[in-house]
Design a protein around this ligand. Structure first.
Ligand code: SF4
Ligand code: SF4
Length: 200
């Protein structure tokens, strides 16, 4: 058994090569693989899967009867302060989202309906996913230096970090639309242009 273990260790060392740069990372990977490949054998009872099956049934039943009991109590106005689990019928009834959750972007507008963005490029510069593309143009109003002729965000690349919102000096970009269901059939459709972003 001792020889077998040593043999396995040498095999793993060869595979993960715990030397050179990233050695500590490789060592961690090796330890994980080591742990996984050294699981003990199941005994005959465990091999029948009955204990695991019973454990699963117990857990499911526990939640089922807990929720059923408290939903019945709630119907009679009792124990209202103790919550019971509910299933949201998504997409017909979406789950309420936390107020501070970062959701799909929008470009805010001035009172006259024009885009608030002044094409300062702060968001484009800070974006870690490099998914914002702005083309700046001269604004006809001499009080406003520039505006974004084009403003594209590739939501297929965005990591929803919110840095663009934090960096904006004009409060021109927000992530408060509460929209998260933005799946599309093509990558191209995941690129939101200025018009789509201004629609909110
Ligand atoms: S949320 Fe983050 S990744 Fe997405 S556009 Fe803004 S800065 Fe880029
Ligand atoms: S940081 Fe704000 S003002 Fe500057 S380009 Fe981005 S959205 Fe526009």
């Amino acid at each position: 058994m001792g020889n077998m273990t040593e043999k396995r260790r040498l095999e793993l060392e060869k595979y993960f090569d715990p030397k050179g740069s990233f050695a500590s990372l490789r060592m961690a990977q090796m330890k994980r693989a080591w742990k996984q490949s050294n699981r003990r054998e199941l005994n005959w009872l465990e091999n029948t899967y009955i204990p695991t099956l019973m454990e699963g049934l117990w857990l499911t039943s526990k939640h089922f009867f807990y929720n059923l009991t408290f939903h019945v109590f709630h119907l009679f106005g009792l124990y209202k302060e103790i919550p019971a689990a509910v299933t949201y019928q998504y997409p017909e009834k979406p789950r309420p989202l936390a107020l501070r959750l970062r959701t799909r972007h929008r470009l805010t507008k001035r009172e006259d309906g024009s885009v608030r963005c002044v094409a300062c490029m702060m968001c484009e510069t800070i974006c870690p996913a490099r998914c914002i593309e702005i083309t700046a143009a001269e604004h006809p109003d001499p009080n406003i230096e520039k505006y974004p002729f084009e403003f594209n965000i590739d939501l297929g690349k965005c990591v929803y970090c919110g840095f663009c919102v934090e960096a904006c000096p004009e409060d021109a970009i927000r992530m408060d639309t509460n929209k998260l269901d933005i799946a599309e059939y093509t990558r191209q459709n995941m690129i939101y242009n200025k018009k789509r972003l201004m629609e909110g």
